[in-house]
Ligand binder design. Structure first.
Ligand code: CTP
Ligand code: ZN
Length: 153
């Protein structure tokens, strides 16, 4: 049994977010907007990992997160794997993927951008380079680095 399995028990149903970069679990939970709804949530941080050296793991019981929800994590935890567990079996395993664009999820960092004015305009941030994780505002064309929007997530 791996040291990870000794630390946190297997779950019956729910979502396991594995291979989160060490130390990022709390920001990942916040980004997912996970609120306390009474279900069991286990967070393990700085667990020894063969692939990453150290990693964080989050187990959310009785909740099945959709790809649309977890893809946001491509910005924060690009190595994360999402495991959907049903009756103790991993029914689905997926990587997090950057979507082509974020609509109304990230605000443009340009204070003069029309999307930051009082007019009711949706923010559309295009992912222009998936491998370098570069984003660009559809309206003002401002290139946005991930480090500049981390505080919003
Ligand atoms: N897991 C769990 N409860 C289950 C099944 C799996 O908590 N009933 C967790 C495991 O502890 C692991 C993750 O879900 O953190 C993925 O499980 P599995 O695919 O069995 O592990 P690995 O083969 O090690 O996964 P990977 O290849 O993605 O590293
Ligand atoms: Zn803009």
């Amino acid at each position: 049994m791996s040291s990870e399995q000794l630390l946190v028990r297997r779950i019956k149903d729910g979502t396991v977010i594995d291979h989160i970069d060490a130390g990022k679990a709390l920001i990942v939970l916040r980004a997912l907007g996970i609120k306390d709804e009474g279900n069991v949530i286990t967070i393990a941080m700085n667990v020894p990992s063969d692939k990453l050296g150290k990693k964080d793991i989050i187990k959310i019981e009785n909740r099945f997160l959709l790809a649309e929800e977890t893809n946001k994590l491509a910005l924060l935890a690009p190595h994360a794997t999402i495991n959907i567990v049903e009756n103790y079996n991993v029914r689905e395993k997926r990587n997090v993927e950057l979507p082509d664009r974020f609509i109304d999820m990230i605000r443009c960092i340009n204070p003069n951008c029309i999307t930051n004015s009082s007019e009711n305009i949706s923010s559309i941030i295009d992912v222009v380079d998936k491998s370098n994780r570069r984003l660009r505002c559809r309206y003002c064309r401002r290139i946005i680095d991930i480090s500049e929007i981390l505080y919003q997530i």
